[in-house]
Design a protein around this ligand. Structure first.
Ligand SMILES: NC(=O)c1ccc[n+]([C@@H]2O[C@H](COP(=O)([O-])OP(=O)(O)OC[C@H]3O[C@@H](n4cnc5c(N)ncnc54)[C@H](OP(=O)(O)O)[C@@H]3O)[C@@H](O)[C@H]2O)c1
Length: 311
């Protein structure tokens, strides 16, 4: 049996010197491993994190040499606060930063219902709304290079849960959604992210951003701090079973590192979806519905006050 791919393995021999990537959720788990490996391969990184202290601590102990660690720039940004995301975009514009790759990776799940000061549901804001505003801002200001790659860490649920619905009401009526589901569902937010990327993959045609590539990736069940979320019983079970059942983070992050860096990716242009098999996989047809994707994009622009994107 051939060894399972790891983030280090799939990037071996790839020189990322002179390339810059923005990775969300790099203070833990898959995002941290992705950041570590891209820095190891020579990339410069901008890493928005909720806590600078935690970000510094985990990066300092990631085993990078001083030079690679020096190319990892931490910036404070809670993605659930749209004001903070807009401020991040503004500061990147001022610094004239541009990026070869963007990993929309941060995510929470299984948390109780909570409204942010801006009136969004917290899980939805962290997993979708903040990422939408970030992506929108980077494109509006052309901070992604035309050949850039945009990746969203989605999940098995997007591919395999037949009950998932693209609940656009998360944008407008977070309380109504919570009434039905108890809390905002992380997979629902990820479906909205996936549909947004699908829309963009079509919208870039005939524009400066036409060569840009868009991916959803599914790392598969991976041992990260993720197991400390969800209900108490689930947490207790995962603490015992997780190390036996879940893959190590190096394996989980393989597909993220591969999709962002491998010179030529298989599959047709448009939104491509990859798992750790490192090959395109299909997603349900309803998540490939261009009209639905446009509806989600327009509703998000309206309710997250981004204004229309002119590419
Ligand atoms: N692990 C799995 O089995 C698995 C499977 C499929 C998909 N995924 C997805 O993979 C992604 C990474 O998860 P993980 O497993 O690596 O979990 P993790 O170790 O808990 O990492 C989650 C990361 O997201 C950050 N984050 C959460 N909310 C944020 C916010 N409002 N603003 C800024 N950053 C925020 C966290 O920051 P803090 O350090 O501040 O908490 C942390 O860095 C998630 O989107 C998750 O849904 C994971």
């Amino acid at each position: 049996m051939s060894p399972k791919p790891t983030a280090e393995g799939v990037t071996e021999g790839i020189d990322l010197a002179g390339q810059r990537f923005l990775i969300t959720g790099a203070s833990s788990g898959l995002g941290l491993e992705l950041a570590r490996v891209l820095a190891l391969r020579g990339a410069s990184l901008v890493l928005p994190v909720r806590s600078l202290d935690k970000g510094r601590r985990v990066l300092d102990s990631a085993g990078l040499d001083e030079e690679a660690r020096g190319r990892c720039e931490l910036v404070v940004c809670d993605l659930s606060r749209l004001e903070a995301v807009r401020a991040l975009v503004d500061s990147l514009v001022q610094q004239g930063r541009s990026f070869q790759g963007l990993a929309l990776n941060a995510g929470v799940f299984g948390l109780p219902f909570e409204l942010t000061p801006e009136g969004l549901e917290f899980t939805f804001a962290s997993n979708f709304a903040g990422h939408f505003v970030l992506l929108h801002g980077l494109l509006r200001h052309r901070l992604l290079v035309p050949t850039g790659r945009v990746l969203a860490t989605l999940s098995e649920a997007v591919r395999l849960n037949p009950f998932l619905r693209p609940d656009v009401r998360l944008l407008t009526e977070p309380r109504a959604h919570a009434k039905r589901f108890g809390a905002a569902s992380s997979p629902t937010a990820k479906v909205l992210l996936s549909l947004s990327l699908l829309h963009l993959a079509r919208a870039v045609r005939g524009t400066w951003a036409e060569p840009m590539e868009f991916f959803g990736v599914d790392p598969g069940a991976t041992l990260t701090d993720n197991i400390n979320q969800g209900g108490r019983v689930a947490q207790a079970l995962m603490r015992v079973l997780g190390p036996r059942l879940l893959k190590p983070v190096g394996q989980g992050a393989a597909v993220l590192a591969w999709a962002l860096t491998t010179p030529s990716l298989p599959g047709e242009r448009g939104l491509r979806y990859f798992t750790n098999e490192l090959a395109p996989v299909s997603i349900p047809r309803r998540w490939l519905d261009a009209d639905l994707a446009e509806q989600v994009w327009r509703a998000s622009e309206a309710h997250l006050a981004t204004g229309p994107l002119r590419l």
